[in-house]
Design a protein around this ligand. Structure first.
Ligand code: HEC
Ligand code: HEC
Ligand code: HEC
Ligand code: HEC
Ligand code: HEC
Length: 484
C-alpha cells in the first residue's frame, strides 16, 4: 500500500518535473486558452450563423492550428527536459532511456487513463473544428466574401441569379472526394495569387478545369426533360426622346426529350448528348470554332469546318471538347447584363421611368463612361443623370424631382450589377452565349458557314430552326391572349 502510494507520488512528481519547462508550459497555456475559445466558437456557430466572414476563418482554422501547436509543444518540452536531466544525472532517481510502461503499476494505469481521456477530448474539439472549417469553406459567403475584391463581380451576379440559393460548390466542385481535394489544392494556389496580388483581372473564362456539367448541373437538372416550345416576349426601347418600345414575341424551340422517351427534338435534344453527341475544337476563349463534329443516334459522324473546306486541326482528337450545358448557358449564375438590356428590363419593371425624356440615351452615356472604381462609378452614374435633368429639364425636376431621383438611383444599380473596374470585369469580358445578340453565342457554329466537306450538311442559320416569330418588331404592344 505505502509502496503504491509512494510510486504514484513519485510518478506525478516525475511528470511535473518534466513538464516544468518553458516549452511545455507555453504548450499548456496555448492548449487551455484555445480549447476554451474553440468551444465558445462552436457554441456560437451552432446557436446561429456567424455573420462576419473572417470570424470562422479565425475560429475554425487559426485557433485549431494554435491548439495543435500547443499539443505538440507539451510532450516536446517534456522530452527535452527529460533528456537534459538524464545527461546531467540530477534526476529524482536514475532515469532510464525509455519510460517504463508497466500496466501492473496502478500509477501507470491512472496516467494512461488520464492521457487517453484528454486525447479523446482533444480529438472531439479538433474534429468538430475541422468539420466546421470544411463546411464553412464550402459556403457561398466564404467563397464570395473572403476574397472580397476578387470575387465581387461573380458574387454580386450570383446573388441576383436563378441559382442564388445554390452553393458555389454545387457547380464548381460537385460531389465526391477527388474533385474536393483538387479544388482545395487549386484553392491554395488561388490564395497565393491573391496574397501576392498576381491573380488575373478579369478572372479568366472559360475555366478549363471546370468539372463537366454532366456531373454538376445534372445533379439537379434532368437532361432529358422535355421543355417543349417556350413563349418569349421581348420589349426593346430606343435611345430617343420617348424611349420608344418595339415588341417581339417568339416561340423558342427549347425542346428536349430523348428517343427512348418518344417525344424529342428542338434545341436541347440536339446538343445535350442523350442521343446526339457534339464535339468541337475552338480557340482558347471558345469564341472561334475551327472544327465541329456531330455523332447521330444512328452512329453516323459528320465533320463541319468553315466553308466545308477548312482544315481538320491535326490534334483535333486531343483538343476536342464534348459540348455541354455551359457551352450555351455560359452565365447561369454570373450574368453581367449589358446596360442596354438591363435598362430595357428596368423599363419593363417600372414603366414610369420610360416617361422621362431621353432617359435611356442618358443612362447609357453615364453607365458606359469610365470610372476609377466601382464605388465611384455607382455614385458617378447617379450624379450624371441628376445633373443632366437639372441642366436640361429643370421644369421636370421641379415637378417630378422624386421620380428623377429614383430613376437615377436605379440606373446606378444597373452599373453596380455589371461593371467592376477593379477587376476589369463587365458585360463584354464575360459574354452570355445564349442567343446571338449579346455575343456570337449560337452563331459561333450556326453562322451558315460550317458545312461538311461534301456540302451536304450545314449547321443551320435559318431563324425558324430555333424560334418562330409570332410578332416581330411591332410598335404596338401585342395583346397576347388575342394571338390565339
Ligand atoms: C449554377 C452553377 C454555378 C453556381 C451556383 C456558381 N457558379 Fe461560378 N461559374 C459557373 C459557370 C458555368 C461559370 C463559367 C464557366 C466557364 O465558362 O468556363 C462560372 C464561373 C465562375 C468564375 C470565373 C469568372 C467568370 O465570371 O466566368 C468565378 C470566379 C466563379 N464562377 C465564382 C463563383 C462563386 C464565388 C460562386 C458562389 C458565390 C459561384 N461561382 C457559384 C457556374 C456556377
Ligand atoms: C443544386 C441544384 C442546381 C444545380 C447544381 C444547377 N441548377 Fe440550374 N436551376 C436550379 C433551380 C432550382 C432552378 C429554378 C430556379 C427558379 O426558377 O427560381 C434552376 C434554373 C436554371 C435555369 C433557368 C433559368 C431561368 O432564367 O429561368 C437554367 C438555364 C439553369 N438552371 C442551368 C443550370 C446550369 C447550366 C447548371 C450547371 C452549371 C445548373 N443549372 C446547376 C437548380 C440547380
Ligand atoms: C445548344 C445550346 C444549349 C445547351 C447545350 C443547353 N441549353 Fe438549356 N437552353 C438553351 C436555350 C436556347 C434555352 C431557351 C432560352 C430562352 O428561352 O431564352 C434553354 C433553356 C433552358 C432552361 C429553361 C427551360 C424553360 O423553358 O423553362 C433550363 C432549365 C436549361 N436550359 C437547362 C439546361 C441544362 C441543365 C443543360 C445541360 C444538360 C442545358 N440547358 C444545355 C440552350 C441550351
Ligand atoms: C459547337 C457548335 C454549336 C453551337 C455553339 C450551337 N450549335 Fe446548334 N447545332 C450544332 C450542330 C453540329 C447541329 C446539327 C447540324 C446538322 O443537323 O447537320 C446543330 C443543330 C441545332 C438545331 C437543330 C436544327 C435542325 O436541323 O432542326 C437547333 C435548333 C440548334 N442547333 C440550336 C442551337 C442554339 C439555340 C444554340 C445556341 C444557344 C446552338 N444551337 C449552339 C452545333 C452547335
Ligand atoms: C441557332 C439558333 C438560332 C438561330 C438560327 C436564330 N436565332 Fe434568334 N435567338 C436564338 C436564341 C436562343 C434567342 C434567345 C436569346 C435570349 O434568351 O435572350 C434568340 C433571340 C432572338 C431575338 C430577340 C433578341 C432580343 O433580345 O431582342 C431576335 C430578334 C432574333 N433572335 C432574331 C433572329 C433572326 C432574325 C434570325 C434569322 C436570321 C435568328 N434570330 C436566328 C437562337 C437563334
Amino acid at each position: 500500500m505505502t509502496e503504491t502510494k509512494s510510486a504514484r507520488f513519485s510518478g506525478l512528481k516525475k511528470a511535473l518535473t518534466y513538464a516544468n519547462n518553458l516549452t511545455s508550459l507555453l504548450g499548456i497555456g496555448l492548449v487551455t486558452v484555445t480549447a476554451v475559445l474553440i468551444i465558445v466558437f462552436i457554441a456560437v456557430d451552432l446557436l446561429g450563423e456567424v455573420r462576419n466572414p473572417y470570424l470562422p476563418v479565425f475560429g475554425f482554422i487559426v485557433l485549431p492550428a494554435v491548439f495543435a501547436l500547443g499539443l505538440v509543444l507539451i510532450p516536446f518540452g517534456m522530452w527535452r527536459r527529460r533528456r537534459a536531466l538524464r545527461r546531467t544525472g540530477v534526476g529524482p532517481e536514475t532515469i532510464p532511456i525509455y519510460p517504463r510502461l508497466d500496466f501492473n503499476d496502478p500509477h501507470v494505469r491512472t496516467t494512461a487513463a488520464v492521457v487517453l481521456g484528454l486525447t479523446v477530448v482533444n480529438a472531439v474539439i479538433f474534429g468538430t473544428a475541422s468539420f466546421l472549417a470544411v463546411e464553412h469553406m464550402d459556403s457561398p459567403r466564404f467563397c464570395g466574401v473572403t476574397c472580397h475584391t476578387v470575387m465581387q463581380p461573380e458574387y454580386t451576379a450570383y446573388q441576383d441569379s436563378p441559382h442564388g440559393r445554390v452553393a458555389c460548390v454545387e457547380c464548381h466542385i460537385g460531389p465526391g472526394a477527388s474533385w474536393f481535394v483538387r479544388s482545395k489544392v487549386d484553392g491554395l494556389r488561388q490564395v497565393w495569387a491573391t496574397a501576392w496580388n498576381t491573380y488575373p483581372r478579369p478572372i479568366t473564362t472559360p475555366i478549363h478545369t471546370l468539372r463537366p456539367a454532366r456531373e454538376t448541373c445534372e445533379q439537379c437538372h434532368w437532361p432529358a426533360k422535355h421543355h417543349g416550345d417556350k413563349l418569349r416576349s421581348f420589349a426593346r426601347y430606343a435611345a430617343d426622346e420617348a424611349n420608344t418600345p418595339t415588341y417581339t414575341i417568339m416561340l423558342m424551340k427549347t425542346g428536349g426529350g430523348s428517343q427512348d422517351l418518344g417525344g424529342h427534338g428542338g434545341i436541347h435534344w440536339w446538343h445535350i448528348n442523350q442521343d446526339n453527341r457534339i464535339r468541337y475544337v475552338a480557340d482558347e476563349k471558345r469564341q472561334h470554332m475551327l472544327w465541329v463534329e456531330l455523332t447521330t443516334p444512328a452512329g453516323e459522324t459528320f465533320i463541319y469546318t468553315p466553308g466545308g473546306g477548312g482544315e481538320v486541326p491535326p490534334d483535333a482528337e486531343k483538343r476536342a471538347r464534348l459540348m455541354d450545358c455551359i457551352d450555351c448557358h455560359s452565365r447561369p449564375s454570373h450574368y453581367f447584363p449589358p446596360p442596354d438590356r438591363a435598362l430595357d428590363a428596368l423599363f419593363d419593371a417600372v414603366p414610369e421611368y420610360a416617361t422621362l425624356p431621353y432617359f435611356k440615351r442618358q443612362a447609357m452615356v453615364a453607365i458606359t463612361a469610365t470610372y476609377p472604381t466601382h464605388v465611384a462609378g455607382v455614385a458617378g452614374v447617379e450624379r450624371a443623370l441628376k445633373e443632366y435633368y437639372q441642366a436640361n429639364h429643370a421644369d421636370l425636376v421641379a415637378q417630378r424631382g422624386e421620380l428623377v431621383n429614383r430613376a437615377a438611383a436605379a440606373a446606378a444599380q444597373v452599373y453596380a450589377r455589371s461593371v467592376f473596374p477593379e477587376m476589369k470585369t463587365n458585360w463584354e469580358t464575360h459574354a452570355n452565349h445564349i442567343g446571338h445578340e449579346e455575343s456570337p453565342g449560337c452563331f459561333r457554329c450556326h453562322s451558315g458557314d460550317f458545312s461538311t466537306a461534301d456540302g451536304a450538311r450545314t449547321i443551320p442559320v435559318d431563324c425558324d430552326s430555333c424560334h418562330v416569330f409570332l410578332v416581330e418588331a411591332s410598335r404596338t404592344k401585342p395583346n397576347l391572349p388575342a394571338l390565339r
